[in-house]
Structure formats: structure tokens, C-alpha cells
Design a protein around this ligand. Structure first.
Ligand code: DGP
Length: 227
């Protein structure tokens, strides 16, 4: 028997004096490099800044997630989604919100948007391109993130799949469960759907440009926001 359930997800906006910046993208898109460079920039300027990362990989929940990502432990994907959400809830309450309230800049390598893209990819059905199915998965993931805070700016590192796969190979990565070519194809589809549905929430960055060029672009956009 099927039941139709619909709901509205409410996100919180940051009303404090701090600035919440997130960088999103598929594995190998260069987000960590850019997030760290942006953090260094603010440190040099002596502007209070916190670099952080989701999943946290810290504490009991973070460590559990890490074990699953490294395929040392296998749990159903829905259970993994709840772990990610629990990790983010603690992270938001203990790191993000207090830092923003202290007027700091928070630079986060990923935020809850990853949950939608990776949640869609986790759906084992071959039908991952089916819009109705994607919508159902996205809704169920979004329902978990009700009342979470949206970043003030979310940069999306846009790079072709082949470039990401190539980079992961160069970095000698590809050991985690999502860093496999077939998975990355599905994750990309998840992000594509999300970018189409929530276009106002993302600042698109051409991730094929040089590290320096991208960083200049990101700093310029953040600088405008800080004015
Ligand atoms: P990173 O340290 O940026 O490589 O992120 C860890 C991995 O976890 C990466 O492959 C993306 C994935 N990930 C991040 N957030 C979520 C989530 O909420 N759900 C799922 N299923 N995967 C996620």
C-alpha cells in the first residue's frame, strides 16, 4: 500500500555577525584545497576564522562514519545517512553556531547539501536518473535536515567527472566507498538535480581553472559579502 506524504522543510538563516561559508562538490573537485586557502587568507588578515569539515571524523559518530567510508564496517545506507545527520547536528550545535555567534568566519569543507547528492547516489536502483525517484530520495534526506542552518554562501566546485576521477587517481585516493568511478557518476547526477532545484543557494565555480584563479574568485565574492 502506498501513502502520499508531503511536507515543507524549513532551513534557518544565519542572523549572527559571523559569516558561514561552505564549499561543495564531488570528491576530487578541489574543495578542500580552496577551503584551506580561504582560511589561511583570513588568518593572515587576523580575522577570526574557523576551518571545519563535514563529516567531522571526530567523536564517536564521526569515527563510526570514517570506518564505514573506509569500508572497515558495512551498514545499510539509510543508517549511514542518519549517522551523517547526527554528526552534522552535533557539529552545528557545538562548532558552527557558537563560532558564528562569536562573529567568526566559518569555512566548512562540505555541508548538509552533500547529504542530498550522496543520498541520491546511494539509492542502488539503476533508475537513479529517474526524476520522480530522485525527488523521493531528496525529500526523505531533506526531512532529516529540517531546522538546519543554511550557509550564507555555498560555493560549488564544478568539474567534469573525468577530471575528478583523474585527480583522485593522482592523489592515490579512491579508497573510500564513494571515490569509485561508478559512484561518482551517480553523485554527479545527484548534484546536478540539486543545483537545478536550488539554484539560488549556490555560487558556481569553474573548478577546471588553476588553484590560484579559483581562490582569487572565491576571495572576491566573500569580500563583497563582508562589505
Ligand atoms: P570528504 O572528507 O570530503 O571526502 O567526505 C567524506 C565522504 O563522505 C565523501 O565521499 C562524501 C561523503 N558524504 C559527505 N556527506 C555525506 C552524507 O550526508 N551522506 C552520504 N551518504 N555521504 C556523504
Amino acid at each position: 500500500m502506498e501513502y502520499k506524504v508531503s511536507f515543507i522543510t524549513d532551513f534557518l538563516r544565519n542572523n549572527s555577525s559571523g559569516l558561514y561559508i561552505a564549499i561543495e562538490g564531488i570528491d576530487g573537485s578541489g574543495k578542500t584545497t580552496q577551503a584551506k586557502l580561504l582560511t589561511d587568507f583570513f588568518k593572515e588578515k587576523k580575522h577570526p576564522v574557523v576551518f571545519t569539515h563535514e563529516p567531522t571524523r571526530k567523536g564517536l559518530i564521526g569515527k563510526l562514519i570514517h570506518s564505514v567510508l573506509q569500508a572497515k564496517m558495512n551498514i545499510p545506507s539509510v543508517a549511514l545517512q542518519y549517522l551523517f545527520c547526527a554528526d552534522r547536528a552535533v557539529h552545528q550545535e557545538q562548532v558552527i553556531v557558537p563560532s558564528l555567534e562569536e562573529g567568526k568566519i566559518v569555512v566548512s569543507d562540505r555541508c548538509f547539501w552533500s547529504a542530498i547528492a550522496y543520498g541520491i547516489a546511494d539509492r542502488k536502483s539503476e533508475n537513479v536518473a529517474n526524476t520522480a525517484e530522485i525527488f523521493t530520495v531528496a525529500q526523505s534526506v531533506l526531512s532529516m535536515y529540517h531546522q538546519f542552518m543554511l550557509p550564507d554562501i555555498t560555493f560549488f566546485m564544478d568539474i567534469p567527472l573525468n577530471a575528478a576521477i583523474h585527480r583522485l587517481g593522482d592523489m592515490n585516493k579512491g579508497k573510500e566507498i564513494y571515490e569509485k568511478s561508478d559512484m561518482l557518476h551517480r553523485i554527479k547526477k545527484g548534484y546536478d538535480w540539486m543545483l537545478k532545484e536550488f539554484p539560488k543557494e549556490f555560487v558556481m565555480i569553474n573548478g577546471t581553472k588553476s588553484v590560484e584563479e579559483i581562490q582569487i574568485e572565491i576571495r572576491k565574492i566573500v569580500g563583497e559579502k563582508l562589505k
